[in-house]
Design a protein around this ligand. Structure first.
Ligand SMILES: [Zn+2]
Length: 259
């Protein structure tokens, strides 16, 4: 450490250096403290003996110096963090201004491509994981998104339930409709199953199976619905018929039905 940078240490408020020597002189008692073994080996000099002197003989000054050193370290740390933030802005080009900081936090417009794309990914994640809509109201989830991209406005669980997920469903349904109507897909089979959840709610599922153009076996879950009535043949028939009516082109193509 060079003597000039040593002097940036808080301990130098209590000492002065004897010019051209390896000694520092205490401002309180004029005692000499040696900075290192050799006058010429400045790199090995250290303020450690000065700290030791203060600790042994001037305890109030010692504690004061320690507090100053801590404050300096904290402000250096803060400055480094600030540099990271500035670097982020530089990375995107331009000169950082207050407007840049504000822009980083300004939400995307609701009908912007970015907002729509992110909402779509969010909806797909919820649908694919069969997650409760409430995940988007979770405080920690919102904090995670805010840190990741403060410009994304996370939709509420209500918007998900009444608008976003139904939209995903109807798009997917249209896609399934198109697959069924495809003339290459001449015959389809259906399977169904009924089961009861841990909370004693019954469900019935309907799955479509077919062979595609490339002769690969495909399956599509057409639905999974609450089934509160008695599980007798008539009720099952009615429920399935009800669901099949949603896909009119299916009726002429079904050749097997398996439960
Ligand atoms: Zn002293």
């Amino acid at each position: 450490m060079s003597s000039s940078s040593s002097k940036s240490s808080a301990v130098w408020d209590y000492f002065h250096q004897e010019l051209g020597t390896v000694y520092a002189i205490c401002n309180s008692c004029a005692a000499k403290a040696k900075l290192g073994k050799h006058e010429n080996a400045r790199k090995e000099w250290s303020t450690k003996p000065l700290w030791n002197h203060l600790e042994r003989l001037h305890n109030n000054s010692y504690r004061e110096a320690l507090a100053k050193r801590k404050a300096t370290e904290e402000s250096r740390k803060k400055r480094r963090l600030g540099e990271v933030e500035r670097a982020e802005i530089y990375r995107t080009g331009g000169t950082p201004t207050l407007a840049d900081y504000t822009a980083r936090k300004t939400k995307y417009l609701p009908d912007s491509e970015m907002q729509a794309g992110l909402v779509k990914l969010l909806a797909e994640w919820i649908a694919d994981g069969v997650l409760p809509y409430g995940v988007v109201d979770n405080k920690r989830f919102l904090a995670f998104i805010e840190k990741l991209n403060p410009k994304f406005g996370v939709p509420s669980s209500k918007t998900l339930r009444v608008k976003i997920i139904p939209d995903v469903f109807s798009k997917l349904k249209g896609h399934v409709q198109a697959v069924i109507e495809d003339s290459v897909c001449e015959w389809v089979s259906l399977t169904t199953d009924i089961w009861t959840s841990h909370s004693k709610d019954s469900y019935i599922s309907l799955t479509l199976h077919y062979i595609d153009k490339t002769f690969h076996q495909r399956m599509v879950v057409l639905g999974c619905f609450g089934f509160a009535t008695e599980h007798d043949a008539e009720n099952i028939y009615r429920k399935i018929e009800e669901q099949l009516e949603e896909y009119p082109s299916l009726t002429t193509k079904v050749h097997t039905f398996v439960r």
